[in-house]
Every structure is written in structure tokens, then in C-alpha cells.
Design a binder for this molecule. Sequence first.
Ligand SMILES: CC(C)=CCC/C(C)=C/CC/C(C)=C/CC/C(C)=C/COP(=O)(O)OP(=O)(O)O
Ligand SMILES: O=P(O)(O)OC[C@@H](O)CO
Ligand SMILES: [Mg+2]
Length: 235
Amino acid sequence: MEGIFYKSFLKLVAGKEKQLAILIDPDKFDISATKSFLNKIPKETTHLFVGGSTVANGETEETVKALKAESKLPIFLFPGDHSHITPLADALLFLTLLSGRNAEYLVGQQIKSISKLKNLALEIISTGYILIDGGNNSSVSKVTKTEPLPQENIELIVNTALAGQFMGAKLIYLEAGSGAKIPVKPEIISEVKKAINIPLIVGGGIKTEVQKETAYRSGADMIVMGTAFEIESTK
Ligand SMILES: CC(C)=CCC/C(C)=C/CC/C(C)=C/CC/C(C)=C/COP(=O)(O)OP(=O)(O)O
Ligand SMILES: O=P(O)(O)OC[C@@H](O)CO
Ligand SMILES: [Mg+2]
């Protein structure tokens, strides 16, 4: 069953309205500066994502609480681990790391999350998560002990995305890794977009307006930016 946040996502995609999620890493966020952080992010921001590959216990909850108190934007959890789940958010990107062959991140973490999730009202959005080589060693690669897919192998990336859709994913997320040197290339975005019929999220290393516009023009329905807005709010 589709929940309200996914439905409104689909509506925006159908209207060709591009979406921008700002990723807040609880590890690098100064809660006392929540208001000024929210004033600095772009006016066109549609979603707040909260997550990180390594987050200390309880930090996600505190961060979501602070953001909820100051913002009406939908808050999606973007978990690196099942322990990052908190009831105060609106939705959860239920990630499965399709690019890797580590069963723990394909299905293990997901099973571990269930005892908590089944008692929560969080909207769960199945997300095929694909790590692509961004030219530097990413935290996702380190934490999950998996290799990213090479940007040159577009066919493999497209097939991975389509397999995700056939397995029931509601979103595909192409990830070059936080702080990537090379964001996901336009040809990859356009080929994946052509192949799938579910919304496409692209993130990792996107910092400039030009990079953003290029990704949108290539077919990204939503762009995720994290590092670009971390500078002024680092602890
Ligand atoms: C669905 C459930 C319960 C868990 C999902 C578990 C999976 C499959 C996670 C995918 C792999 C992973 C570790 C994703 C992390 C995503 C994320 C928030 C990345 C952002 O990374 P940063 O923490 O910003 O990295 P840096 O610290 O290097 O900037
Ligand atoms: O921090 P950046 O490089 O913007 O990456 C955002 C996100 O896609 C990382 O998971
Ligand atoms: Mg980061």
C-alpha cells in the first residue's frame, strides 16, 4: 500500500516538479543552530533527509526532534543501520544495497529493524540503493564492506536498477557517496531513468547549481545534497 508521502512524491514527479532533499547527518549537526541551518538551505528544498553511515546512539532522534520543531518539511530517515530508526520522522527509506553482495545490507539490517518498525507509524518506502564509484573511497563502501559499481559499466547499473524495480522497490537511489569527487554521470542518470518507471533519486558530490541542473536535466526526480550545507553547521 502506498502512503501519503510516497503518493505526494509521485504527484510531483508526474507534474515534472523537481525535488531537492537536504541530508542532515546527525553526527555533524549542531542542534542549537537548527533555526539558522533551516534559514540557509535553498528555498526550493522539498524534503529533509536525516541519516549517516555512522551515527551515535540517540542522535538521530534528537536531530529529528529539533528539525520537526522548526520545519514543516517532510522528514525522511536515510539510515545507515537499523539502530538509526526513530518514530518522530515521517517516512523511512527502507534501503537495500543492491550494488553490493553483503547479505547484511541486502536483507540482514532490514530484518533486524522489524521488531521496532512493526510498532511504529512510520511510512516505509522500499528503496533500491545503488552505490556508484565517486572517485574516492566512500563511507558507505567502508561501512558495508562492498565495492561500488564502476561509472563505466552503465549496463550493469541500469540492470541493477531494473532488478530493484522488479523486486518491488518504489524508488531507485543512485549514490556516488557523500563527498564524492565525481557525482553520478549524466549518461548514467538518463539511461537509468529511461529504463525504470519509478522515481529516481541521485546524490553524492553534488555541490553546484550546474551539477544540480545537469542531474535534473538528465532525469533525476530528486537530488540529495548533504556536504554542501554542512560547512557552517559542523560541530
Ligand atoms: C532499512 C534499514 C533498517 C537499514 C538500511 C541499511 C542499509 C541497507 C544501508 C545502506 C548502506 C549505508 C551505510 C547507507 C548510509 C547512507 C547514508 C546516510 C550515507 C551518508 O553518509 P555520510 O555519513 O554522510 O558519510 P560521510 O560521513 O563520509 O560524509
Ligand atoms: O554529502 P553529499 O556529497 O552531498 O551526498 C549526499 C548523499 O547522497 C550521501 O548519501
Ligand atoms: Mg556526509
